[in-house]
Design a protein around this ligand. Structure first.
Ligand code: FDA
Length: 305
């Protein structure tokens, strides 16, 4: 209910203006977004590296409207891969959204933009993870992920525990393909998703078991302490389990937990979004937690006094 109300408010033009063009809006965004430039994202990646935390860079943008925008996203990712390679000892990766690479235009356009990114990543050895977007894109995303994994074994894809179809999709993933397991961040039709948090959590745990048994490298991408504890116990009990599983969290969310897990020697990677197109990403972060909206409103009230 909250998610749907917040997403609807965030889509109102006046709210978007407040969030993107006023200091309080930008203050909230800066909690979740590393900056508008690659240099700022790399600075965050380097400071995380010093804490023993790896990174995955996300050049923000989605649902581009022109081929030129898709091309410019591809160039941005090639620059990110260069920066990761130049940094030498940085364990970096990139996360791409297919609608940023032209998926709304055509599958072939998207593939033509993704393929050079995969080839550049293959040369440097950086991982390429394909984000999962809202439900109309799932089939296309999974089919492109299969092709991407064939072209470069370091390419993988995110799957969403809240979607009911995902438990079937998990059996169709290419063997050995890296999978990022998330709860799911989009406002979806109620008949397609598990509607209660408890059911999403059960699906997440079941999917983790499926992926583990099928031998996929797994990115456990959640800040949920209960799920993290369950995975920790399970993987600790396996011989070499941590070569197959890593924890991933978002920049600006549960910094304490990120540092704690890394300090205990668990593999942790932080998703670092950067770029100017941060509003849709911020909307999802606000919708995940009503307290974030309160943070935004209280900042607004403080600065307007
Ligand atoms: P849950 O929402 O239950 O939150 C657990 C706890 O985490 C909360 O109690 C709170 O403490 C903290 N928390 C969670 N979100 C917060 C926020 N926004 N602000 C402050 N605290 C917060 N989704 C998707 O659909 N496609 C994708 O490709 C990805 N990719 C992705 C990569 C990575 C690395 C992560 C961590 C997440 C994603 N997601 C995603 C987002 C994911 O689907 C989900 O919406 C968020 O991770 C929030 O859900 P949690 O699993 O953290 O659990």
């Amino acid at each position: 209910m909250w998610r749907s109300a917040i997403v609807r408010v965030a889509q109102l033009p006046w709210f978007r203006r407040l969030a993107t063009q006023t200091p309080p809006g930008r203050a909230v965004a800066s909690r979740f977004v590393a900056g508008e430039t690659l240099a700022e994202a790399m600075a965050v990646a380097r400071s995380l590296r010093d804490e023993g935390i790896a990174s995955i860079l996300d050049h923000l943008g989605e649902n581009v409207e022109t081929p030129v925008q898709a091309l410019s996203a591809r160039e941005a990712y090639l620059r990110a891969l260069d920066a990761i390679a130049d940094a030498g000892d940085l364990d970096g990766a990139i996360a791409v959204k297919l609608t940023q690479l032209g998926l709304d235009d055509a599958l072939d356009v998207c593939w033509a933009n993704l393929a050079p990114i995969l080839d550049a990543a293959a040369r440097s050895g950086a991982r390429v993870m394909i984000d999962m977007e809202s439900h109309p894109y799932v089939d296309a995303t999974l089919s492109i992920a299969v092709r991407a994994h064939e072209r470069y074994a370091g390419a993988g894809v995110a799957i969403q525990a809240y979607l009911m179809r995902t438990e079937g999709d998990a059996f169709e993933l290419p063997p050995g393909c890296r999978v990022r397991l998330v709860k799911g961040a989009y406002l979806e039709p109620p008949d397609l998703v598990h509607r209660h948090k408890a059911d999403v959590d059960v699906a997440f745990a079941r999917l983790f078991t499926t992926l583990l048994q099928r031998g996929h490298p797994i990115d456990v991408a959640t800040h949920d302490p209960g799920l993290i504890e369950g995975v920790r116990e399970r993987v600790d009990a396996l011989e070499n389990g941590w070569s197959q599983v890593e924890f991933q969290m978002l920049y600006g969310v549960r910094r304490d937990l990120q540092a704690q897990l890394a300090g205990q020697g668990y593999p942790v990677r932080v998703y670092i979004p950067y770029g100017t197109e941060w509003y849709p990403y911020l909307t999802r972060r606000l919708a995940e937690r009503p307290a974030n909206l309160w943070f935004f409103v209280s900042n607004l009230m403080r600065t307007s006094r």
